[in-house]
Design a protein around this ligand. Structure first.
Ligand code: FAD
Length: 492
């Protein structure tokens, strides 16, 4: 017997869990395969950044994270001795939220299950093949093998993605040249090492406080030929002592691992009916603490496009726009992390560059530009028709709105996952122009006292502005083109 699903998602990490929630919200039947029977006991990431929180807020999901995380109002660019302030950035969440990745996954999983998602733990994707109609996947669980046929399959299966390899998608990039050892451990003497960087005669040790333990990172000067060889506490202890030139006793290891500085990006995020999101589509060193956040960004961009494609309402190019938008964004992330790795290398030849960038980052405008770049707050997608207005293509601010039935805001209107057309004219022209899309686009007549110059705004389901009119241009040129471009032909 062959199981069926409209969309088969491989991997229950941040990307897979948010994506299944987005698809379920749109009524798409999903099955998630996760090879691990349960979530691992260690935690990789520890933050949600401003952009990820802004996106999650467009589905009513940010507040539950904010309620339990700890806000840090600044960020860092590895290699630059400058604090990047987040207070002046364009966001509703001007901070990085400290919260374990495992907790983010738990909340997203509970949310997806509430929406009817099916998550099969202990089920591993082994092979797949696609034709013009569907994708056929072979899955193993215990000693049983079975097959699933789906209209689309999304690989959210991490950096070593089986989906990417099975689909034959190239993964070009740079090999790792340096490796680091990481240990979640306890310091026998809590005051023996301060938090942050400590430089010694043999290298540097980085210490990050964690609840009840510390995360220690130091260079792995002699990585073994097989980089998957398990890291032992003895190995980490020796590396730390060698770097510091003294003994700092480590104990009670919870997680020991090794990571390199390879950066790679899938050449295609979409190949026929197979798609990639999150680490399956891009890998980079953890500098900048961005991986979870980009994985969520990919899933958020893909969800509404894939749902509309499965429903048959999407224009043919819509899935391709996922590649165009997120591949470009991923390339920026890779460039940012590579820059941080280079600047963090303490290479004397880079000193003039570090000096120049430090001076730029100390300038208020430069500081904000750095902060918005490394958090993805500067993300802007190409729109059709594109215009000069600085908001076009960007995530819409969470506009406060007064409507006939009371006060609301844009994030609340976006929560169901539909596009929103704000009619702020007080007339009927906007509604009439968009009448043929009323099954896909929520029309809201309102006023926006804080932005009286706005006349009408079309916001995609992911919160990005597709089209807008201000008081200077009262005509509706481009509205029907934008509706057609993102949502297909008008009904009836
Ligand atoms: C040491 C370290 C520290 C990090 N710190 C941060 C940080 O502070 N902030 C941050 O934002 N990011 C951080 N990251 C990066 C972050 O952990 C990843 O970018 C993020 O987990 C990617 O999410 P994902 O959903 O794409 O993939 P993953 O979280 O890797 O999830 C993929 C899932 O797919 C499953 N899977 C794989 N193959 C199969 C298969 N064949 N069949 C079924 N299931 C399969 C895996 O078991 C896994 O559960 C860190 C990473 C590391 C290594």
């Amino acid at each position: 017997m062959i199981d069926t699903a409209e969309v088969l998602i491989v991997g229950a990490g941040p990307a897979g869990l948010l994506l299944t929630g987005e698809l379920r919200r749109a009524g798409v039947e999903t099955v998630v395969l996760e090879r691990h029977p349960r979530r691992p006991g260690f935690c990789r990431g520890f933050n949600l950044n401003a952009r990820a929180l802004d996106l999650l807020a467009r589905r009513g999901l940010a507040d539950r994270f904010v309620a339990e995380g700890w806000p840090v109002p600044h960020a860092a660019f590895t290699g630059l001795p400058v604090t990047l302030g987040l207070a002046e950035t364009h966001t509703d969440h001007p901070y990085s939220l400290g919260i374990p990745q495992t907790r983010v996954e738990e909340v997203l999983e509970a949310h997806a299950l509430d929406l009817g998602a099916e998550i099969r733990r202990g089920h591993e994707l082994r092979t797949l093949e696609q034709d013009s109609e569907s994708v056929l996947a072979t899955v193993t669980t215990g000693d049983r093998e079975y097959r699933v046929r789906a209209a689309y399959l999304v690989g959210c299966d991490g950096g070593r993605s089986t989906v990417r390899k099975q689909a034959g998608i190239d993964f070009p990039g740079t090999e790792a040249t340096r490796f680091s050892l990481l240990g979640d451990v306890e310091l026998a003497e809590p005051d023996s090492l301060p938090f942050g960087f400590t430089a010694g005669p043999g290298g540097k040790v980085f210490v990050i406080p964690r609840p009840g333990y510390v995360r220690i990172i130091t260079e792995d000067g002699q990585p073994p030929a097989d980089k998957d060889t398990p890291v032992t506490l003895d190995l980490l202890q020796t590396a730390v002592d060698d770097a510091l030139g003294r003994h700092v006793e480590l104990r009670a290891a919870r997680w020991l691992t090794r990571f390199g500085d390879a950066t790679r990006q899938a050449a295609e995020y979409v190949r026929g009916r197979i798609l990639l999101a999150g680490d399956a589509a891009h890998i980079h060193p953890p500098a900048g603490a961005i991986g979870v956040n980009v994985a969520l960004d990919d899933a958020f961009n893909l969800g509404w496009k894939l749902a509309a494609t499965v429903r048959g309402t999407a224009p043919a190019h819509l899935l391709g726009s996922y590649h165009a938008e997120r591949h470009a964004a991923g390339a920026h992330v890779l460039a940012n992390t590579r820059a941080q790795v280079l600047l963090g290398n303490a290479d004397e030849r880079l000193a003039p560059l570090v000096d120049l960038l430090t001076r730029v980052a100390r300038h208020p405008a430069g500081n904000r530009a750095f902060a918005e770049t490394i958090t993805g707050l500067d993300t802007r997608y190409a729109m059709h028709p594109d215009t000069e207005h600085p908001w076009i293509g960007r995530l819409a601010p969470n506009l406060s709105l007064a409507t006939g039935t009371g006060e609301t805001d844009l994030a609340t209107l976006l929560t169901p996952g539909h596009a929103v057309l704000l009619d702020l004219t007080g007339g009927s022209d906007v509604g009439e122009a968009a009448a043929g899309w009323s099954d896909r686009v929520t029309l809201m007549k309102a006023s926006c006292p804080a932005r009286p110059e706005l006349r009408a705004v079309l916001v995609r389901p992911d919160g990005h502005i597709a089209w807008l009119r201000t008081g200077d241009h009262d005509h509706l040129d481009g509205l029907s083109q934008a509706l057609l471009h993102w949502h297909g032909p008008a009904a009836g």
